[in-house]
Design a protein around this ligand. Structure first.
Ligand code: ADE
Length: 235
């Protein structure tokens, strides 16, 4: 998979060289490039923002650098060969990012993430991007961040670990929170007693059927307590 990220703070993404995603990059499973939006400005100050038409607080990201960046990274819409990219703009006004979104996006050949800052990006950029690929506005959750970078870090990690070969043992992807619509069961390791706290005896019983039943009950109980919306099908 190819992933391009455009940001005015490319060093935010230095962390993606670490751990599993770093290994996936080194081995070529994940071809990830981070670009500085200012490289597509033409003025001495490398300006990326301006005041909003109609007035209001804050600054809006100018369309020109974004247009050039997307043209360069998505290629000509008539270039043919490659699948059209999916162009993702993190935004608190977008659809909510879920495990199902990560699964869907992990099947794509080419993702482009455009990180907005300030009060957002000139709306015409989204229209223009739709000429080049599928545009998705995606929110990490119902809160506001200072820009898209942290949201993109989270999305790239959630998507990247689902690409075959990135997580060494694919079974560890199956039994985790959200994969079956429930929260994960609790985990324990040695010692069996720590600071007078014992591991639930069932886990030491060797009875795999009983352990599976207990884990399922734990999943349901946690989900009922912490995330009843998941059980009601609201999420
Ligand atoms: N940018 C600012 N807030 C955001 C959020 N909640 N999700 C995605 N991008 C954002």
């Amino acid at each position: 998979m190819r992933i391009d990220v455009v940001s005015i703070f490319p060093s935010y993404f230095d962390g993606l060289t670490l751990s599993l995603l770093g290994k996936a990059r080194d081995s070529g499973i994940l071809d990830l490039d981070v670009h500085d939006l200012r490289d597509w400005t033409g003025d001495r100050h490398r300006t990326v923002d301006d005041t909003p038409y109609g007035g209001g607080a804050g600054m809006v990201m100018k369309p020109e650098p974004w247009g050039l960046a997307l043209d360069a990274l998505a290629g000509s819409p008539h270039a043919g060969a490659r699948e059209r990219p999916t162009i993702i703009f993190p935004s608190p006004a977008g659809e909510v990012f879920r495990q199902s979104t990560a699964r869907e996006l992990a099947t794509r050949d080419h993702l482009i993430f455009g990180c907005g800052r300030y009060e957002g990006i000139d709306e015409r950029v989204f229209e223009e991007a739709a000429e080049l690929g599928e545009v998705r506005l995606i929110s990490l959750g119902d809160y506001v961040l200072n820009g898209g970078e942290v949201a993109v870090m989270a999305m790239v990690e959630a998507i990247g670990r689902l690409i075959p070969g990135v997580v060494g043992n694919p079974e560890s992807l199956v039994e985790e929170s959200h994969e079956d619509g429930l929260l994960e069961y609790p985990s324990y390791t040695k010692p069996a007693v720590w600071r007078d706290r014992a591991v639930p005896p069932i886990l030491l019983s060797g009875n795999h059927g009983a352990i599976a039943t207990w884990r399922r009950e734990q999943q349901l109980e946690r989900t009922r307590l912490r995330r009843p919306d998941l059980l009601a099908g609201d999420a």
